[in-house]
Structure formats: C-alpha cells, structure tokens
Design a protein around this ligand. Sequence first.
Ligand code: SF4
Length: 460
Amino acid sequence: MKKVYLETFGCQMNVSDSERVATSLASRGFEITPNEELADIFLLNTCSVREKAEHKLYARVGRIRNSGREKPVIGIMGCVAQLEGETLFKKISGVDFVIGTKAVGRVKEAIDRVLDGDRDVADLGERERNYDWSVSDAQRNSPYVAFVPIIEGCNKFCTYCIVPFSRGREVSLPASEIIRQVLELRRQSVKEVHLIGQNVNSYRPPSGSEPSAVAGGLTQSIDNSGLEKFRGATPFSKLLRAVAATGIERIKFNTSFPRDFHADIVDAINENENLCNWVHLPVQSGSNRILKTMRRGHTIESYLKKIDNLKASKREISLTTDIIVGFPGETVEDFEETVKVVEYCGYDAAYIFKYSPRPGTPAFKMADDVTAEEKTERFQRLETVQRNSQNKALRRYLNKTLEVLAEKPSSRVAEQLSGHSTCHKVVNFQGSAAMLGKIVNVKISEIKANSLYGEVAGIQ
Ligand code: SF4
C-alpha cells in the first residue's frame, strides 16, 4: 500500500480540503502517514496569500528531493497550484503533479497517472458535480472538532488579495448538505463544528435549498424550530438557526465579511446557546481612505456600528480581527486611525500583517510607498497597542468559569490539557485523559499573553 504524507499550509479551507483528500485517498487504497520518512508520495497543500509562499515551496520540494532517499512522487495542490498551474513544472524541479483548488476530488487519478509513468500531470479543472464533502472521523485533525465548508471562493476582490483568483467566485453549498454533514458529525461524537468560508456570512444557497426549504425527516426539528418566522432574515442567519437546531453542542463560524455582517446574526447568537460567542470580523484598516483603496466595501463608521451591536449582546461576544499595516498610500494619519480603532474595539486578538504586494492583484500595480522600516515600526507599535488593549480585555475572564472543550494533552506540560472556550480562547488546565472530548467547566485563575489558565470546576 502506497503511503502518502500530506502537508498543509494556510487557512482552514486548506485544512478542510486536506482532510477530505486524506479521507478519499484512505478509502481508495492509500495509507496516510504522519511520518515523512516512510512516504512514497508527498502532497503539499499550498497557500499564496503571503509573499514568499512560492519560495518556501521551492525550498520544501528541494529538501524532499535531496533527502538522500529514492525520490518520492511529489504533488502540489492548493492556491499556488491553481495560480501557477503547469508553470510549476518548469519553476520547481521534481514536481510530478499539480492539482487546482477545484480538482481536489481527483488527486487519486493524478497519482495513478504518475505511477503509470505519465510526466507533468496537471488538473486545474472544475469540481465534479457529485463531489463528496464529507470527512471521515479517522482523517480529521481532531476527533472532537470539525470544519464544515459552507461557501467557497470570493466575489469581493479586495485589491490586495489573491483569493478570488485562486479560489474562484463564491459558491454556497445547499443547506441540506450542510445539515446532513452536521448531523453525521454529531453522530460521530463531534462536539464543535466550524462553519467555514472565505466570507462565511455571504452564504447564498442555491435556490430551492435554502435553510427553511430543506425537506425530509432529517430536518423535522429544524422546521419545528420555527424558521419560517425569520422570513426576510439573511440566508446565513437562517442557516445558523438551522444548524443550531441540529442540537450539536457548539457551532463557530469564520471568517465574517463586515459588509455582510447583519444584526440578525447577533440575534441568532443571542437566541441559541450552541452558537458560540466569538466573531472574527477583519477591519484591515481604521482609515476610510485606505479602506476605499483596499475596496473593502465598508466604512469605519459602518464597521464600528456592527461592533457596538456585538458589544451590546447579552452573550459577551469575543471579538477578533485582521489588520494590514503599510498598505500603499497609508500615511501616518491613516495609521493613527487604525490605532484608534484597535483601542476602541478591545479585540481579544488581532492578527496584524505588514503589507506585501501579491502578483496578480490590483494593489500590485500601486506604488508600494511605505518603506520597510515604516511598516516594521507601525507593525510593532500596533502590536504594543493591541497587547495592552488585549491584556485589559482578557482580565474580564479572571475568576470566571468558562466552558472548555478538552481537545488534547498540552504540548508543554505533562498532565495538562488544552482546549478552546466558547469564546475561542485557548485554555490550559490540569486534567486527565478521561476528560478528552468533554466540555469541562474551568475557573480561570491566570491570564497569559495568548492563552488562559484555570482549574477544573466540573465536567458536563
Ligand atoms: S473578502 Fe477580500 S480579503 Fe477576504 S478573501 Fe475576499 S478578496 Fe480576499
């Protein structure tokens, strides 16, 4: 049996694709190995959102090629594969096959062709109509947490971003398929599902498969939940209610697009305990001028209105964000606007990036006029502002009891477990293997930079 070593870079969508590729290969005669020394086939699932992804890929393939053993089959999938296509065969010596972002259901066919002696095999075609979106429990990264894609691609074309080109236009999955998957995951004892998509709340199901139109015995409970009374609500908030009605213990969703983040999403969270109290809402900049150049589709005023609404929720919703510093044309004044937004919002976490031009995006043609030193300075300053604001914000958890899903033994300390709270904070606590997969009440006794620590106060 040929052994496949699968390595994933980038976002949750890539992680999710890899899980389904592993499931498909394992069911079709391959063994997925965590040990690269034993691998006959390397499959690298790549990300192109940041600069140098391609250089990292060259280096990684070079290391595999020069590892002193007989050269394994090497395949590239993900966004770099989609964007570069067959040119990768010329750019990186040793690559045997390339699989585009929509062709992940045909990895086995590509491997078979290479094993049969074909060279430079590329499949950048469309997704097959009967593509299987399910993931077996054996191939998921966690037995207790599962990613469920509900929409792929992006129609927004922010000027700095390559995703609309690498992932194509937005396509939403039928609500019936999503509900079927969540019910199946619940049957497999999964405790937490993450509904994922580049812009999860832009969900627009194909007509006839709206959450309230899902038919059959599977969804009786959903019909009973009274979805009809939410006629006029956004499809995403209806979907959230439908998924909540499956009774799965916890539901998180990521990433939200600010322009499409409507008040009915907060209403759904307020009304359903199993919709978790965490929202990731990327602001990217605090300056309206820069937001316009980024073509983000929101103003800072409209964004802050949504933040105020989230803060007014009775659920105490944890907020996180993404920010780019040093975008073309960003002045000191623009940057100071971003600092103000960070101070105002009190994010539990912010992922701050220095702008780097991505070939193929509209911003690539703009003058990258903020110097590297200025970008570093702004990055460090914003990090300090965020750290101070975060320290203050996280203190609200001190002495509180949080519900934590015990996911795995801590990598650092023996007899310590690690998991996420409903507000998506990493929480570490003393615990035994018997607690894994359970929701544990943890009383928080210590706030660390990126995690919380506490003592078990009970198991649910
Ligand atoms: S919304 Fe903008 S940043 Fe997000 S994936 Fe689409 S283009 Fe990229």
